[in-house]
Design a protein around this ligand. Structure first.
Ligand code: ADP
Ligand code: MG
Ligand code: MG
Length: 904
C-alpha cells in the first residue's frame, strides 16, 4: 500500500486524532479530534508534515505529483460532507476552502491563512445566485484576492507606503464616507474586485489565477515554502525546533461569518488567560470573517454578559449604550451562545486544560474552527493549574508538571499597575537585563545612590556601565539603567542576582557627569523615571507598582513542590538581607557566601588594601586583625538569618589586584590615607598585575601563600558561630576552600581551619559543629575527587569556573564569540547559562561518583549560576546531588524544577 499523505475529517469522523500532532501538526490533530468528540467542525483534510519534508528534498513538481490523487479524493469527500462542489459551474453550491499552515508547535513566520479559496468570476456569480446574497459573494471574493495576493503572490507595500489593497479600500471608503469595510455596497465591492486584480497584475507581474485547482496548489506550496523563510528559520533556531519537523497543511471547507446579521465570527477562551479566573470569555463580530476580530478594523464585542458589563465599566460606556450598540453574544444570540458555552466546556473537559478557540456562526449555525491549549501569563498558569486540580481535573503531579519554572520569575518581582502603565510615556527601550518594575529618582553615582537611599528616597542608578565598586550603590537603588553593556554585563548579572530591575544599553541614552540625555532631552539628578526590566522599556515620571503576593495559589504550588521533591534548594547570598529574602522564598540554607563582596563596603576596602600592601607577614597580620571584627559581624548576621540551616562560606577567592586602586587619583588618595608613598603603591599595584588573573594567584593559592588570611577568616566564622551558639541559636557553618586542584592544597588549608577552630573553642568555652569542604571547579579536582574526598566533608560544584576551565573560555571575554557561536549553531546554548551536560556534566558526575566512593555521606551541591536554571537543575537531580544553590530570586524556580525532575 502506498503511504498515506492526506488525512480527512468531517461529519463526526476523522482519520487523525489529538495525539498525532507530529504527523498532522497541532491544528490538524485538534481539528480531527474535535470531529471525533462531536464538536461541529467544517469538513476538510490535513496534508502531513512528512510531505513538507519530501517537498524540501524533492521539490515542488515531484511532490504535487506524489500527493495529487490523495488530495483530489479528499476534496471529493469534503464536497460530499459539505454538500458543495469545488470549481462549481452552477451544478451545486461552490465549495470554498481555507488553507492554513500548522506545525507541531505554533510558529510565527509561517504562512498566514488564505480564506475563500476557489473563487473566480464565475463562482462568485453562482454563490450570489444560490445564496441570494450578492453582497456576501463579492465581499468574500475581494477578501480572497487580497489574502491570496498578499500571502501567496507576495504583493507587498512599498517602503513607507500603506498596503496597496488597503489603499484601494481606503479610497472607496473615503469617497463614500464609509466608516468600515462592511458598509460597502455591492457595486463598490465589484469595483474593488477589479481594482484588486489590477493591483496583483501590477505588483506580481502576472494575472490572478482563475482556476481553483491552480489556486489550491499555489496555496499548498506556499505553506511548504514558508517553512524556509528567514523568519521561520530564525524562530526555529531560537526555540530549538528541529528543521526536520516540517509543517502540515490544513485545507478546510469555508463557513461564512460574513453572510449577514445572523452570522458572526469570534475567538474565545475557556478561562481568563491573563488572570486565570475560571470564566468563559472572548470576543466576536457580527457579519465578519476570520481575521477581522484580531485585525481591529471594528470594535469586537464581548461574548458573555458579564464580560460585556466589565468591558463597559472599563470603557465608560453606559448600560444603555452597551445594550443597544455592543451587546454580548449571550444577549444577541442566546441560543447559539448556549451551544458555544457547552462546546467550550466540553473541549476544556476533554483536553483538561484552558482552551483557546476560534469559531464562526454561519446564518445561525455554530462551527468550531480551531482549539488549542491557550497561552497564558504566569499568574494564570499558576491559578489555572491549582483550580483545575482542586476541581478534580488532575492530580498534584500534573499541576506541578504544567508549570513552566522560568515563568515564575514574573511573579516574584514588583509589577507596574496596568492602568498606570498604559498612561505612561515611553522614553527609550533597552535590553531587559533583569526583570521587575522600578520607579524612582535618578542619581549618577553609587555614593549618591547610597546617600539618597539612606534619606529614604527611592533611586534609580544611572551609569554608563557598572563595576564592582558600584555594588553598594546598586544594592541601595531600586533599579539600574545603563548606557552600555549586554545581557551578561556586570550590571545585568549583578542585578539579576539581587533580583533588582535593570535595563542595559538603553537606546538614545547618553550619560555624562550628573546628567543624562535620552534622544536629546536632558534629565537631571532627582528627576523621576520608571523602568520595566521585563520589557526593557524606560518611562517618564513615576508609575505606580504593586508587590507580588507569595501565598495564595503560588504558595500552594510551592507547597506541592516541597512535598514532591528529593533535592533541596539553597541560595547564594552575601548579606543577611539576601539570606532572609531567599528564606522567604523557601531556601534551606546558603550554598555560597562570597566573602570578597564584603570588603568593598564603606571604609573596609582601606583595611583590605592595607593588608595587600603590607611588606611582610607581621604587617599583614596587623591589617588582618582590623578586618577580623568586621568579618565576624558579617558572618554573625548571615548565620543568624539562616539559623538552623547549613551556611557555606567560601574563603577569599579573587586575585588581589581586584581590590587595589588602578587609576592615579585613587592611588594618590590611598597614599594620603595610608601615609604610604604613592610610588610604593604604584609599584605594588604593578607587581600584582597578572597576564591571566583568572588562572593566576587566587583561590586557595592565596590562602596557601598567605596562611594568615585563612586563619583570620576561619577565626571570624568560628567566633561568630560560637557567639550565636551561646545565644541559644543553631549555627551550621560549612567552610569552603576555593579553587582546589590537588589534595595537598586542601589539606594545608584544612589544617589551618581545624587548628584555628580548636583554639577558638577553647577561648569561647563552647563548641559548634562545622564542616570543611571544597569547591570542585578545576577539572583536576573532579578527576581526583576520590583523593579530595578524604579531606573534604562536602563538595560544591562551582560550575561557572568549571565551565570556563573545561571549555577554556574566559567568561569575561566570551561575549565576543559566544553569541556568534550560538548564531552559527556551533553551540546550541550558552554553557554559562545552561550547564553543558555532555561535557562539563561528565566532570560533575565523575566528581560526585568518585567523591562518594571515598566518603559515602559526602554532601554534594552546586553553586554556579546554573543552580537556578531548570534543565541544569534536572541534571543535578539525576546526578544525585543533595541540593542546588542559586540567587535568591531564582529559589522558587529551582524548587519547582527540582520537584519536576523528581516527578518525571
Ligand atoms: P491563526 O493561527 O493566526 O489563528 P488560523 O489559521 O487559525 O490562523 O486562521 C485565521 C482565521 O481564519 C481564524 O480566525 C478563523 O476564524 C479563520 N478561518 C480559518 N478557517 C476557516 C474556515 N474554514 N472557515 C471560516 N473561517 C476560517
Ligand atoms: Mg487560529
Ligand atoms: Mg570559582
Amino acid at each position: 500500500m502506498s503511504t498515506k499523505y492526506v488525512y480527512t475529517f468531517g461529519d463526526g469522523k476523522a482519520e487523525g486524532k489529538a495525539d498525532m500532532k507530529n504527523l498532522l501538526g497541532g491544528k490538524g490533530a485538534n481539528l480531527a479530534e474535535m470531529n471525533l468528540i462531536g464538536v461541529p467542525v467544517p469538513a476538510g483534510f490535513t496534508i502531513t508534515t512528512e510531505v513538507c519534508t519530501e517537498y524540501n528534498k524533492q521539490g515542488k513538481e515531484a511532490v504535487v505529483e506524489m500527493i495529487k490523487g490523495q488530495v483530489e479524493a479528499a476534496v471529493a469527500e469534503t464536497e460530499k460532507a459539505m454538500n458543495a462542489k469545488f470549481d462549481s459551474k452552477g451544478e451545486a453550491f461552490p465549495l470554498l476552502l481555507s488553507v492554513r499552515s500548522g506545525a507541531r508547535v505554533s510558529m510565527p513566520g509561517m504562512m498566514n491563512t488564505v480564506l475563500n479559496l476557489g473563487m473566480n468570476d464565475e463562482t462568485v456569480k453562482v454563490i450570489a445566485e444560490k445564496s441570494g446574497n450578492e453582497h456576501f459573494a463579492y465581499d468574500s471574493y475581494r477578501r480572497f484576492i487580497q489574502m491570496y495576493g498578499d500571502v501567496v503572490m507576495g504583493v507587498e507595500a512599498e517602503a513607507g507606503e500603506h498596503c496597496p489593497f488597503e489603499q484601494v479600500l481606503d479610497k472607496v471608503k473615503e469617497a463614500n464616507g464609509y466608516a468600515a469595510d462592511n458598509e460597502m455596497s455591492v457595486e463598490d465591492l465589484k469595483g474593488v474586485v477589479e481594482e484588486f486584480k489590477a493591483v496583483v497584475r501590477a505588483k506580481a507581474g502576472k494575472d490572478f489565477p482563475t482556476n481553483p485547482w491552480d489556486q489550491l496548489w499555489g496555496a499548498v506550496c506556499a505553506v511548504f515554502d514558508s517553512w524556509n523563510t528567514e523568519r521561520a528559520i530564525l524562530y526555529r533556531r531560537m526555540e530549538q525546533i528541529p528543521e526536520e519537523w516540517g509543517t502540515a497543511v490544513n485545507v478546510q471547507a469555508m463557513v461564512y461569518g460574513n453572510m449577514g446579521e445572523t452570522s458572526a465570527t469570534g475567538v474565545c477562551f475557556s478561562r481568563d488567560a491573563a488572570t486565570g479566573e475560571d470564566l468563559f470569555n472572548g470576543e466576536y463580530l457580527i457579519n465578519a470573517q476570520g481575521e477581522d476580530v484580531v485585525a481591529g478594523v471594528r470594535t469586537p464585542q464581548e461574548i458573555t454578559l458579564i464580560g460585556s458589563q466589565r468591558w463597559a465599566e472599563r470603557n465608560g460606556t453606559s448600560e444603555e449604550d452597551r445594550k443597544a450598540n455592543f451587546p454580548s453574544l449571550e444577549e444577541a444570540m442566546p441560543e447559539i451562545y448556549k451551544e458555544l458555552d457547552e462546546v467550550q466546556q466540553k473541549l476544556e473537559d476533554h483536553y483538561k486544560d484552558m482552551q483557546d478557540m476560534e469559531f464562526t456562526i454561519q446564518d445561525g449555525k455554530l462551527w468550531m474552527l480551531q482549539t488549542r491549549n491557550g497561552k497564558r501569563t504566569a499568574a494564570a498558569m499558576v491559578k489555572i493549574a491549582v483550580d483545575m486540580m482542586e476541581q478534580g481535573y488532575f492530580d498534584a503531579k500534573t499541576a506541578l508538571l504544567r508549570q513552566e519554572p522560568n515563568k515564575l520569575d514574573e511573579l516574584l518581582h514588583p509589577v507596574f499597575d496596568t492602568a498606570a502603565l498604559a498612561a505612561a510615556k515611553e522614553l527609550s527601550k533597552g535590553l531587559p537585563a533583569s526583570p521587575g518594575a522600578a520607579t524612582g529618582q535618578i542619581v549618577f553615582s553609587a555614593e549618591d545612590a547610597e546617600a539618597w537611599a539612606e534619606d529614604g528616597k527611592k533611586v534609580i542608578l544611572v551609569r554608563r556601565e557598572t563595576s564592582p565598586e558600584d555594588l553598594k550603590g546598586m544594592n541601595a537603588a531600586v533599579g539600574i539603567l545603563t548606557e552600555r553593556g549586554g545581557m551578561t554585563s556586570h550590571a545585568a548579572v549583578v542585578a539579576r542576582g539581587m533580583g533588582k530591575c535593570c535595563i542595559s544599553s538603553a537606546a538614545g541614552l547618553v550619560v555624562s557627569g550628573k546628567k543624562m540625555t535620552i534622544n536629546g532631552v536632558e534629565y537631571k539628578e532627582g528627576d523621576f523615571i520608571s523602568l520595566n526590566g521585563s520589557t526593557g522599556v524606560v518611562y517618564e515620571g513615576e508609575v505606580a507598582t504593586i508587590n507580588p503576593s507569595l501565598d495564595g495559589d503560588f504558595g500552594k504550588i510551592m507547597d506541592l513542590a516541597e512535598a514532591n521533591t528529593r533535592m533541596y534548594v539553597r541560595t547564594n547570598a552575601d548579606t543577611p538581607a539576601d539570606a532572609q529574602t531567599a528564606r522567604n522564598f523557601g531556601a534551606k540554607g546558603i550554598g555560597l557566601t562570597r566573602t570578597e563582596h564584603m570588603f568593598f563596603e564603606g571604609d573596609r576596602i582601606w583595611k583590605m588594601r592595607e593588608m595587600i600592601l603590607a611588606e611582610d607577614v607581621e604587617g599583614r597580620k596587623e591589617a588582618l586583625a582590623k578586618l577580623l571584627p568586621i568579618q565576624r559581624e558579617d558572618f554573625y548576621g548571615i548565620l543568624k538569618a539562616m539559623d538552623g540551616f547549613g551556611v557555606t562560606i567560601r574563603l577569599l577567592d579573587p586575585p588581589l589586584h581586584e581590590f587595589t586602586p588602578n587609576d592615579d587619583a585613587s592611588q594618590k588618595e590611598m597614599a594620603e590615607i595610608t601615609g604610604i608613598d604613592v610610588k610604593v603603591i604604584k609599584e605594588k599595584v604593578e607587581s600584582l598585575h597578572e597576564f591571566n588573573p583568572m588562572l593566576g594567584h587566587r583561590g586557595c593559592r592565596l590562602g596557601n601563600t598567605y596562611p594568615e588570611i585563612t586563619e583570620m577568616q576561619a577565626r571570624a566564622i568560628i567566633e561568630a558561630a560560637c557567639d550565636l551558639k551561646k545565644e541559644g541559636l543553631d549555627p551550621k557553618p560549612e567552610i569552603m576552600v576555593p579553587l582546589i586542584g590537588t589534595i595537598k592544597e586542601l589539606k594545608m588549608q584544612e589544617e589551618i581551619i581545624r587548628s584555628t577552630a580548636k583554639v577558638v573553642f577553647e577561648e569561647k568555652g563552647v563548641e559548634v559543629d562545622y564542616m570543611v569542604g571544597t569547591m570542585i571547579e578545576i577539572p583536576r579536582a573532579a578527576l581526583t575527587a576520590n583523593e579530595i574526598a578524604e579531606v573534604a566533608e562536602f563538595f560544591s560544584f562551582g560550575t561557572n569556573d568549571l565551565t570556563q576551565m573545561a571549555f577554556g573560555y574566559s567568561r569575561d571575554d566570551a561575549g565576543k564569540f559566544l553569541p556568534i557561536y550560538i548564531e552559527k549553531g556551533i553551540l546550541k546554548q550558552d554553557p554559562f547559562q545552561a550547564l553543558d551536560q555532555t561535557g562539563v556534566g561528565q566532570l560533575v558526575e565523575m566528581g560526585a561518583n568518585k567523591g562518594r566512593a571515598t566518603r559515602n555521606d559526602l554532601k554534594l551541591g552546586i553553586c554556579g549560576e546554573h543552580g537556578g536554571e531548570p534543565s541544569s537543575v534536572e541534571f543535578c537531580h539525576r546526578t544525585g546531588l543533595d541540593y542546588v544553590s542559586c540567587s535568591p530570586f531564582r529559589v522558587p524556580i529551582a524548587r519547582l524544577a527540582a520537584a519536576q525532575a523528581n516527578l518525571r
